[in-house]
Design a binder for this molecule. Structure first.
Ligand SMILES: Nc1nc2c(ncn2[C@@H]2O[C@H](COP(=O)(O)OP(=O)(O)OP(=O)(O)O)[C@@H](O)[C@H]2O)c(=O)[nH]1
Length: 374
């Protein structure tokens, strides 16, 4: 084969996948990001990291884009007279107004980067329940394959009720983002995650754990067992369906256990994104564009109609109608060009005022000299 010929069948580089890490405070998110960062460096495929937590004091890795370099969260708190959570939320809102630039930086690196990691604020609800969190998630997901990695503190989820609360939270994030989702059971060096996998795959095992926990509570007289347990039994049946849409991996951000398995789940999520989410995102984008187009058309039609009505309205000023003297039959007439006494308003300084919009529409606007701002 002639090697001087450019190869047209060379495989195209895959787009980078965005991993949005979300987790309750203390779940080990930062340690996890540090771990996957060093793992990817060891494979010679360094990721592109975006830190979205304005309040983080210590970051054990270098972020390519850091919200703290754009917004000073303590200054925001002072200036807007806010508490810590309000400060983080406002800082994130301010940063979101510039997120198109962040996205363009990421897209510029798309040829050399395989993974983009977004580290989110520890106060989970600030990202998951705020408008800016939704805007950021939508923006990245419509540009690149995206997956949510939900970090769970495994040792703190061994009680069935805590486990269920955590799963319900994960369910609500999945419902809000509608993106491929990986449950990352962290800290498996302290507590293996087998119990969680068993509870997710076999709801009877979960119900048995609930019953065992319930009888313990009964002994200590903690709460009304019948109501809570029957509620959780019903919830476990509901969540059973939810678990089918998830991938779960156990990792230790401290030892590095399970990190290769995590990246296998990420690759599966990429396929899932391309197969299920991409067509849906494309459909929604098209729908939004056609709605916008219809809205523009409607506004233009209404404007044209208003102009026509204006022209047909009888002259109510004194003397003969100066509009017909000046413009003739076929010309555009605007009543706004005359004051209450029928005197013509001098708009000679306003080059764009006397535009013939009908003509602009007929010839596609080519004959128009549109007014320029300033
Ligand atoms: N044993 C063990 N400890 C971990 C692991 N991952 C994190 N930790 C510890 O958990 C604590 C919290 O970890 P961080 O990484 O700061 O957690 P975070 O979720 O980023 O916390 P916020 O900054 O509050 O959002 C730290 O003491 C970590 O050393 C792990 O895999 N195993």
């Amino acid at each position: 084969m002639d090697s001087s010929q450019p190869r047209t069948d060379a495989p195209q580089k895959k787009k980078p996948i965005v991993i949005i890490t979300i987790g309750m405070a203390g779940s080990g998110k930062t340690t996890f990001v540090q771990r996957i960062n060093s793992y990817l460096h060891s494979l010679d495929t360094p990721p592109y990291i975006v830190n979205l937590d304005p309040a983080v004091t210590h970051m054990p890795f270098d972020a390519n884009i850091d919200i703290r370099e754009t917004v000073n969260y303590e200054e925001v708190m002072k200036q807007y007279n806010l508490g810590p959570n309000g400060g983080i939320l406002t800082a994130l809102n301010l940063f979101t107004t510039k997120f198109d630039q962040v996205l363009s930086f990421i897209e510029q690196r798309a040829d050399v980067v395989d993974h983009v990691i977004l580290d989110t604020p520890g106060q989970i609800e600030i990202f998951t329940w705020s408008a800016s969190g939704a805007i950021i998630t939508d923006a990245v997901a419509s540009a690149l394959p995206t997956v949510v990695a939900y970090i769970i503190d495994t040792p703190r989820t061994i009680a069935p009720a805590t486990f269920m609360s955590n799963m319900l939270y994960a369910c609500s994030i999945l419902y809000k983002t509608r993106l491929p989702f990986i449950l990352v059971f962290n800290k498996t060096d302290v507590q293996p995650h087998d119990f969680a996998i068993e509870w997710m795959q076999d709801f009877e095992a979960f119900q048995a754990a609930l019953a065992a926990h319930g009888s313990q509570r009964e002994k200590t007289g903690d709460s009304d067992p019948s109501y809570m347990d029957s509620l959780m039994n019903s919830m476990s049946l509901v969540l059973d369906e939810f678990y089918k849409h998830l991938k779960a991996v156990g990792v230790s951000a401290v030892t590095g256990d399970g990190i290769p398995e995590f990246f296998e789940a990420v690759e599966k999520s990429r396929e899932e994104y391309e197969k299920e989410y991409r067509p849906e995102i494309d459909r929604l984008t098209k729908e939004r564009e056609s709605q916008l187009e219809a809205h523009k058309k409607d506004s233009l039609n209404r404007m044209m109609h208003d102009l026509k009505v204006d022209r047909e309205r009888p002259w109510t000023g004194s003397g003969s109608d100066p509009r017909s003297e000046r413009f003739g039959e076929d010309e555009e007439i605007e009543e706004d060009d005359y004051d209450d006494d029928g005197e013509e308003i001098d708009r000679s300084d306003d080059p764009g005022h006397f535009m013939n919009v009908d003509r602009a529409r007929r010839d596609g606007g080519e004959s128009m000299r549109w007014p320029r701002p300033g």
